[in-house]
Design a protein. Structure first.
Length: 152
């Protein structure tokens, strides 16, 4: 299996440990294969907040189908939520986490989706990234490193 990054084919085994077959299998929901490709190149970004602040992390993928947000923390891949867009019903959100401080917001003009974290805690620190499932492919965002500083 290969991942297309910046127009070049890269073996999945060569990627960081967080993008392993376990992720691709989870996203494929039992399908025979899970072709992956990257979104338009976006540099790895960082966001730094203080404990107690609110933060908004924007995904550079604009799917009309399905976007899932993940948190990678201490080598654990934690699915947070999945949003599906429906023209009739609007967005439907499936929460994979018991964290009641997270939510989802879609900008109606740009189509960009943001993960909102209210009253940030130290345990919220880590690498956040989103994936898009569309037309049999899974697009993976390069991620946002969230650093949480100090006590409120």
């Amino acid at each position: 299996m290969q991942l297309e990054l910046d127009g070049q084919q890269t073996p999945v085994s060569a990627l960081n440990s967080w993008l392993k077959v376990s992720l691709t299998c989870r996203l494929s929901s039992g399908a025979a294969g899970c072709p992956l490709s990257s979104a338009s190149p976006v540099p790895h970004s960082a966001s730094e907040v203080q404990v107690g602040q609110n933060v908004s992390l924007t995904c550079n993928l604009t799917s009309s189908v399905e976007i899932t947000w993940y948190l990678l923390r201490s080598d654990q891949l934690l699915p947070l939520l999945t949003g599906k867009q429906s023209k009739l019903k609007g967005d439907s959100i499936i929460f994979h986490s018991t964290n009641s401080r997270i939510n989802w917001e879609r900008d109606q003009q740009s189509g960009l989706v943001s993960l909102k974290i209210h009253r940030v805690e130290e345990e919220d620190a880590g690498l956040y990234f989103c994936t898009e499932r569309s037309e049999g492919k899974v697009l993976v965002n390069e991620g946002i490193r969230l650093t949480v500083n100090g006590k409120s």
